[in-house]
Design a protein around this ligand. Structure first.
Ligand code: IPE
Ligand code: IPE
Ligand code: MG
Length: 253
């Protein structure tokens, strides 16, 4: 397996299109409320935006797209909303997998699986297995995911496999292979829709040097043009990773 180095040490090549985009798809409930619809209507509409984002990223040459679908904290929502989201997740998974596979997309799920119903777990495993050999866009869905869970889980897995590791000996490169997204480079661009300017326990480790982009647009309104606007903003960023602007210019000569 290939492990990607941490962006805090290396300067990834800045390309016109980010290799990895991570999105917090937020604002479904408010989108629905604005239309006097139940919150769940927003979630349903959100699946359409998800489909469009996958298609656009695939066509634009993005290699990794990671979408936050359900956080470890979202279990705190009213039970009817949680159960609607679970149903939507299962039906979207089962419906979309054939098309994803046909388009060469590799599907990955990150997050805890032990709180999901057995049919959801079976469906996740089947979708991952079916698309595992695909070499196009890697689409990761974060479901029952939390950044703190990821780090703690990685720490526990690392210590289980390498019990001889001692305090003071553990480096970033020791932990990184055990993180949920060790198969992908760290995100270049993070997008959050819905107007909130927070990370909400998403990829805490992996976002260390990611470029952030916040938009007021609710997720169901986030279309291809909105995605392209986010990418255009990213293109104007200077990614210094602690260095000075002059050092970057010197390195480019
Ligand atoms: C994001 O939209 C979807 C999930 C968290 C599952 P929200 O449901 O959080 O929508 P708002 O933020 O209440 O508008
Ligand atoms: C974050 O959205 C999680 C997802 C989009 C799945 P929330 O709407 O749950 O975030 P907070 O709790 O308001 O920060
Ligand atoms: Mg929200």
């Amino acid at each position: 397996m290939v492990f990607f180095k941490s962006s805090t040490k290396d300067i990834p090549a800045v390309a016109a299109v980010p290799a990895h985009i991570a999105i917090i798809m937020d604002g479904n409930g408010r989108w629905a409320k604005k239309r006097f619809l139940p919150r769940v209507a927003g979630h349903k509409q959100g699946v359409e935006s998800l489909r469009e984002a996958v298609k656009a990223c695939d066509e634009l040459g993005v290699k990794y797209l990671t979408l936050f679908a359900f956080s470890s904290e979202n279990w705190r929502r009213p039970p009817e909303e949680v159960s609607f989201l679970m149903g939507l997740f299962l039906s979207a998974l089962e419906r979309e997998v054939v098309k994803l596979d046909k388009n060469g997309i590799r599907l990955k799920l990150i997050g805890r699986r032990d709180h999901f119903a057995p049919e959801i777990v079976r469906s996740i495993e089947a979708a991952e297995a079916r698309t595992a050999a695909n070499t196009g866009l890697t689409l990761t869905i974060a479901a029952d995911y939390g950044g703190r869970w990821d780090i703690l889980n990685a720490m526990q897995a690392m210590l289980k496999e390498r019990p001889s590791l001692r305090e003071g000996e553990i480096g970033e490169e020791d932990l990184a292979p055990y993180l949920a997204m060790s198969y992908a480079p760290e995100p270049d661009l993070f997008i959050r829709t819905g107007g909130e300017a927070r990370v909400s326990n998403f990829l805490l480790w992996q976002l260390a040097y990611t470029e952030f982009y916040f938009t007021e647009a609710f997720w169901p309104d986030f279309d291809r043009a909105a995605l392209e606007a986010a990418i255009a903003s990213y293109r104007h960023r200077e990614r210094r990773f602690g260095r000075t602007s002059e050092q970057l210019k010197d390195a480019a000569c």
